[in-house]
Design a protein around this ligand. Structure first.
Ligand SMILES: Cc1cc2nc3c(=O)[nH]c(=O)nc-3n(C[C@H](O)[C@H](O)[C@H](O)COP(=O)(O)OP(=O)(O)OC[C@H]3O[C@@H](n4cnc5c(N)ncnc54)[C@H](O)[C@@H]3O)c2cc1C
Length: 383
């Protein structure tokens, strides 16, 4: 059955940042210490601002360790539908934002020499069902039109029979917690901070904002709400966020597993590998459910059955579950709220490694007055 724990949390150090020191003032307060919050704080500090990350629990312990951490410009089969629903220009912008985000993460790893098992590899979106190949063909045409590095192939290196796949070259995988811990360790100093065990209760707006927490308040010129579901939500964005739960197993197999990220698009199941102290771990995910199901074991059992039908499973070591939210139009929500100087990043639709990094780039540019091509596309007030 496996231990109820995230592989990412179990294979990286714990953190011990202090609680909030009351009465401080920073240029930007970042609420939430997941991939969106920590990456945004990193880019803002790099640009010369003082920042404070304020996290209710310990950082990188919520959805950003519930993930499978595939880094890809192709969030499953979305582009054909995006072209139909939003038009070619918007779809092209989203594809370009995703490609930039993959490269930004690669740059961050290289420039900061982060030891996080970052590894380039292809992503395959495949089907085992001949009748579904037509959907891959449609998505292929769309992705090609948008300039993505895609091909349609029958050569899928999985250890079971498949019908066809889209192959996206030069995508990536990593250990999300090792990556984010490295960024977080570099934040404190020169007027910047990481505060843990400090729950944000509300934000009092004004030219200078006051963030009220259970450990007192902190003042800042800008506020970035990166708490997954926004804890401060002046525009009622929560009405446009549709949360779902998904399930993950970390297991060992008897045979070698191919180098690649693999996504069966219907019903969604994914595979990737990760180096572990006892050899290569295979991380299998799938079985979406409502967030508040009464018996999560039903979904874990289905996922394990699926994994055993497809792989020569030797042992299941870990199992974990987490949730993410999909927006009304499938695009993330990133940018300034109706309140001047208060920004939000949410609605990553199970692709928060790239969308969370895009959020950091867009919000850092907005705060620093730098033109950014994607501001309108992700505008939180678009609904
Ligand atoms: C099973 C699964 C598989 C996935 N696989 C992938 C994948 O392969 N590739 C990919 O790109 N994405 C994937 N995702 C999506 C991705 O993991 C998420 O989109 C992303 O991690 C969300 O990051 P975040 O920073 O918004 O949220 P979080 O990591 O949850 O960070 C938000 C933080 O805010 C804190 N917080 C909440 N309330 C308060 C408060 N009141 N005060 C202070 N702090 C607060 C929380 O404690 C938390 O630490 C997957 C998601 C799931 C569930």
């Amino acid at each position: 059955m496996g231990k109820d724990a995230s592989f990412w949390l179990e294979t990286s150090p714990k953190t011990d940042f202090p609680k909030l020191e009351e009465g401080l003032k920073v240029d930007a307060a970042v609420l939430g210490g997941g991939i969106a919050g920590i990456t945004t704080a990193t880019l803002l500090k790099e640009s010369g601002l003082t920042v404070a990350v304020i996290e209710s629990d310990r950082i990188i312990k919520d959805v950003s360790i519930g993930t499978t951490a595939k880094i890809s410009a192709a969030p499953n089969m979305i582009y054909a539908d995006l072209i139909s629903n939003l038009g070619l220009i918007k779809a092209k912008k989203y594809a370009s934002a995703n490609m930039k985000s993959v490269e930004k993460m690669a740059d961050i790893v290289r420039e900061r020499s982060i030891d996080c098992d970052f590894h380039r590899l292809p992503l395959y979106i495949y089907t085992e069902v001949d009748e579904k190949v037509i959907r891959l063909q449609r998505e292929f045409k769309a992705a090609e039109k948008l300039g993505l590095p895609v091909s349609l192939t029958e050569d899928v290196p999985l250890p079971f029979k498949t019908s066809a796949a889209l192959k996206y070259q030069n995508q990536a995988q990593f250990h999300p917690r090792k990556y984010l811990l490295s960024l977080a360790m570099d934040l404190p100093g020169d007027g910047s901070h990481v505060f843990e065990e400090t729950r944000v209760i509300t934000v009092n707006d004004g030219d200078v904002k006051e963030i009220v927490t259970d450990n007192g308040f902190i003042k800042s010129d800008k506020v970035i709400v990166a708490t997954h579901t926004p804890v401060y939500d002046p525009d009622q964005l929560v009405d446009h966020l549709h949360p779902a739960r998904s399930y993950v197993l970390g297991l060992y197999v008897k045979d070698n597993f191919p180098d690649g990220l693999f996504v069966d698009f219907d019903p969604v199941h994914t595979y990737r590998t990760a180096p572990s102290p006892n050899g290569e771990m295979i991380i299998v995910a799938g079985e979406h459910s409502p967030v508040d199901v009464t018996d999560i074991n039903v979904y874990y059992n289905r996922l394990e059955k699926y994994a055993r039908q497809h792989l020569s499973v030797e042992s299941v070591e870990y199992r974990w579950t987490s949730k993410d939210s999909i927006t009304d139009d499938g695009l993330p929500v990133i940018g300034m709220t109706s309140q001047n100087g208060i920004y939000v990043a949410t609605g990553f639709g199970f692709w928060g490694m790239t969308n969370g990094t895009t959020a950091a780039m867009v919000i850092a540019d907005l705060i620093n007055g730098i033109d950014n091509d994607y501001v309108e596309l992700f505008n939180p007030l678009r609904f």
